[in-house]
Ligand binder design. Structure first.
Ligand SMILES: Cc1ncc(COP(=O)(O)O)c(C=O)c1O
Length: 300
């Protein structure tokens, strides 16, 4: 480790290229996909430029847009948290510089149909960033990666933080055409992805089969937990992520579960409470369910 890391992450990009079936020249590594998001904003945005994103979506988008003093505009989801691409297309007359699409969406888990994203791409020259941080948990795995050579303004973001469980290593990647790749090269610092993380990424890829057994377990646990919550009267929105987005008549569910040692994330949207519950192994979800049942019993 006495040497500086490879600034191009060549070995890791080659391994990823093989794994994804995408040429390595289309892949750029980052210090987490967050860094790539930041670099894209840094390179493409000037003060006052319009950035469009569905609402709700990943909260960091707005934070990064504010750093670069962009005009961050939220496009509301439908009441059932379906992300309506017609609504997004209607906003194109605002002349956006960047459009963010998170699929599966954090926090709702909604997966945007590929046809909808293609429809948008055919109508805009804005940079369309498709954040696929949770794509490995999706049942269809319908990625936009294979559209990179068709649409010059398309960028796909991926990460080792979720399915590979390597959030602490800060390792993400971007799939983009040469034009975007060159722009990002100009604004990134040379040793942004450290040697240990590059090595960890290689090890993770070599153990992908074993690691993805856990992903399959999480998908099964998600289906089990969804059904169980629905039986308890929860509204559970369709999710392709490693979490479920739910609403319930149980008051203060987040606080009550916290008292019992279970942490879930609460969201207040239009005065209504929603919760994002991360899916772990089935045994953990059974425990979470038992705690929810305890709360229901205590209320009676
Ligand atoms: C939708 C989404 N995109 C990107 C990220 C950031 O990932 P990374 O750890 O690769 O920076 C997250 C992390 O929570 C996320 O939820």
């Amino acid at each position: 480790m006495e040497l500086y890391p490879d600034p191009e992450s060549k070995t890791l990009r080659k391994a990823l290229s093989k794994d994804l079936g995408v040429g390595d020249r289309f892949i750029t590594m980052g210090n987490g996909s967050s860094e790539l998001l930041d670099l894209l904003f840094k390179a493409y945005l000037s003060k006052g430029d319009v950035v469009l994103s569905f609402d709700p979506s990943f909260s960091m988008y707005e934070i990064y847009a504010k750093i670069y003093e962009a005009n961050f505009i939220k496009v509301p989801s439908r009441e059932d948290y379906f992300l309506d691409m017609d609504e997004m297309i209607d906003r194109l007359d605002l002349n956006p510089k960047i459009i963010l699409l998170c699929t599966p969406n954090n926090p709702t888990g909604y997966q945007i149909p590929k046809q909808d994203m293609l429809r948008l791409l055919r109508k805009t020259n804005a940079l369309v960033i498709v954040d696929e941080a949770y794509m490995e948990f999706s049942n269809t795995g319908e990625s936009m990666m294979d559209e990179i050579e068709t649409y010059e303004n398309l960028v796909v973001l991926r990460t080792f933080s979720k399915a590979y469980g390597l959030a602490g290593a800060r390792l993400g990647y971007m799939i983009s055409n040469d034009q975007v790749t060159e722009v990002i090269k100009k604004v990134r610092s040379p040793y942004h992805v450290n040697a240990l993380s590059q090595r960890l990424g290689l090890i993770a890829l070599s153990k992908k089969e074993t690691i993805f057994q856990s992903v399959e377990k999480i998908k099964k646990a998600r289906a089990f937990f969804k059904e169980a919550l629905e039986k308890l009267g929860f509204v559970v929105y369709p999710s392709e992520g490693n979490f479920l987005f739910v609403s319930t008549v149980i008051k203060d569910l987040g606080e009550r579960l916290k008292e019992k040692g279970v942490l879930i994330r609460a969201f207040k949207i239009n005065q209504n409470m929603f919760y994002r519950i991360t899916i772990r192994k089935q045994i953990d979800m059974a425990l979470c369910l038992a705690k929810i049942k305890e709360i229901i019993d205590e209320n009676e």
